[in-house]
Ligand binder design. Structure first.
Ligand SMILES: C[S@@+](CC[C@H](N)C(=O)[O-])C[C@H]1O[C@@H](n2cnc3c(N)ncnc32)[C@H](O)[C@@H]1O
Length: 265
């Protein structure tokens, strides 16, 4: 993640409040694993973990849970150690491990679940690289292991756009700056406007390839996953995403969608 431009503005806290739901993510993955395997997962590996808030929520679920967080950038790892890890009990802290590491390098520890959330693997632009990453994840999963990624898309993301969300004391902007339909490459930036401060333009920026669900599914199958499920978001009464995800064979057309894609070992 880019370096903070100002020491007085906590961009990781603003990011967490704007886009993360680590408690819900931890519960969702435990539920999916339970439903698929009729057993309890123990080890979660969070790839592209950033501040590893999800690892910290995972070990809170019960005393058997262990978490491994991998990220290439030391800055969010250090932030997570001081902000989230330090809030855990001694027993919970012992069950979280983080490593500053490229996720493309195979990690030896075997996990029940490996996840790559907030679309982080969109940083891989070539199919060969995505396949290499997915294969390495499959090899690091235990029998009955699950590989969980999220994905988003829809017609809105075929051109530049700006979404805005007002939070207490803060406005969050998610800007799609461009889109190239020849290679599906796109630049997204996150800006923040604190109520009492100047706008932090491009607090985070991403050079992503928009991967479609059929592409992700095919690459997972090519990587050796024996089955791939899609969890599609329900719609609430106001027509927005409900935040509830169910396994589906068919989606619906919408301007913007978010889904989880789950590979089974
Ligand atoms: C979009 S943030 C995601 C943070 C967190 N997973 C979340 O859900 O919000 C992407 C993270 O991926 C990390 N990253 C990018 N390329 C990586 C790589 N090849 N290996 C490990 N981490 C990487 C960045 O340092 C950054 O912290």
């Amino acid at each position: 993640m880019p370096t903070a431009r100002s020491t007085s503005f906590d961009k990781y806290d603003a990011y967490a409040r704007s886009v993360q739901s680590p408690r819900e993510d931890a519960r969702f993955m435990r539920l999916v694993y339970r439903n698929v395997n009729k057993s309890e997962p123990t080890v979660l590996r969070e790839d592209f973990c950033g501040t590893f808030a999800l690892c910290c929520e995972w070990v809170k679920l019960d005393e058997t849970k262990r978490a491994i967080g991998l990220d290439i950038d030391p800055e969010p790892l250090e932030y997570g150690a001081s902000k989230y890890l330090s809030e855990l009990t001694a027993s919970q802290q012992k069950r979280v491990t983080t490593k500053q590491r490229d996720v493309l390098v195979r990690h030896r520890a075997a996990s029940d679940i490996i996840c790559a959330l907030n679309f982080s693997y969109f940083c891989f632009h070539e199919r060969a690289t995505l396949l290499r990453y997915f294969k390495s994840c499959r090899q690091s999963l235990r029998p009955n292991g699950l590989f969980v990624v999220d994905a988003f898309g829809g017609p809105q993301h075929g051109e530049p756009s700006l979404d805005r969300k007002r939070l207490p004391g803060l406005t969050y902007f998610f800007e799609q700056e461009n889109f190239d339909p020849i290679n599906n490459r796109t630049r997204f930036s996150i800006h923040f406007k604190p109520r009492d401060g100047r706008t932090r333009k491009r607090a985070f920026s991403y050079d992503w390839r928009m991967w479609s669900i059929p592409e992700i599914r095919d690459v997972m199958l090519d990587a050796g996953f024996k089955a791939v499920d899609v969890y599609w978001e329900g719609t609430s009464r106001d027509g927005r995403g409900s935040g509830r995800f169910n396994r589906k064979e068919k989606g619906e057309p919408c301007q913007v969608w978010v889904a989880y894609v789950v590979g089974h070992v």
